[in-house]
Design a protein around this ligand. Sequence first.
Ligand SMILES: Nc1nc2c(ncn2[C@@H]2O[C@H](COP(=O)(O)OP(=O)(O)OP(=O)(O)O)[C@@H](O)[C@H]2O)c(=O)[nH]1
Ligand SMILES: [Mg+2]
Length: 340
Amino acid sequence: MAFKKNVNLSKKKDFRVKKAKINNNAKDNVKRKKKITLSSEITPDYANEGINWFPGHMEKAFTEIQDKLKSVDIVLEIRDARIPLASGNELLGKSLGEKSRLILLNKVDLADPKIITLWKIWFKNQGIPHLFINCFEKGSFKKVLKLTRQIVDDKKKLSNPDSFKSSSQLKLMIVGIPNTGKSTIVNLLANRTATRTGDHPGHTKSQQWINVDNEFFLLDTPGLIPPDLKVEKHKLWLCAIHAVPDNVLGEELPAQLLLKYLIEIRSPCLLKRYKLDSFDLKIEEIIKKISIFRGCLSKNGLPDFDRVYKLILMDFRAGELGKHCFELPPEDRQPEERRG
Ligand SMILES: Nc1nc2c(ncn2[C@@H]2O[C@H](COP(=O)(O)OP(=O)(O)OP(=O)(O)O)[C@@H](O)[C@H]2O)c(=O)[nH]1
Ligand SMILES: [Mg+2]
């Protein structure tokens, strides 16, 4: 409880400063778009200091989650398998205290299978209860409920070995950053359309209880961005996977980072998707070629950057640019990457 008070106090103070910056921030975003020129090296300028990554409705949702914590048996934290750590929420994690937690790393169909193998080893070595899942594989959801019950039972057994009895009803709270598939998972667990889903962050606006055969009670919650986002690269990945609405930062920086990454790893999907014949071009040349190929040109024949960046992000989110993981487990990272 003391933790909750401290968090709220410091956040409220932060909020007043940030709120004042939001309007200016929207204007800055527009200015930044107009200013774009192609230089020999496109370096994202991380001038996003004024952006409010944790708006008022998220603070409210966070408080509501904390209020409900004591009444649930276990928390299912949904993350994105493409960024297994950066899609977590440290503040939320800390606020769980002793509450049981199962981490579900969703959208594994969009993630690089080789890197997922490394992550599975990492999570296992850390002793963190987890499952890598994707919502198109309905079979995996029986496993989710079985493991959920097992975690709750194991904890009960430990604290009360002599009079242990498995509960006939379990209350599960589903939390996580926006657009990771929380509501889709709730519907799959319930085996019906019990809550609305949609491919844009912030779809779920309020908490909702869903009864599954009087055995499981699922609490769907609105997505939360970690309020203490520090690593610039993580902010951009969260935008690229669409956990953050595109109008917050704009499409330019996430799309450029994505392109740079695909060029760096020499992604065959990038060449195939846009009929490119080489990676050995300056990034602005590649953007130009994509714009020509996809008909994203403005009247003066130059790339229509807004459209081409939108299109690159759309293709990536639909899996058209291949399966990728942007984070490696800490021990597999290069020394200079280990902090990010
Ligand atoms: N490729 C892929 N897409 C998925 C998967 N799970 C969910 N989605 C899609 O992700 C989008 C977001 O799903 P939601 O269930 O609404 O996500 P949410 O976490 O509830 O989102 P908010 O309520 O906005 O926080 C939808 O378009 C889903 O179809 C998955 O395993 N793979
Ligand atoms: Mg939702």
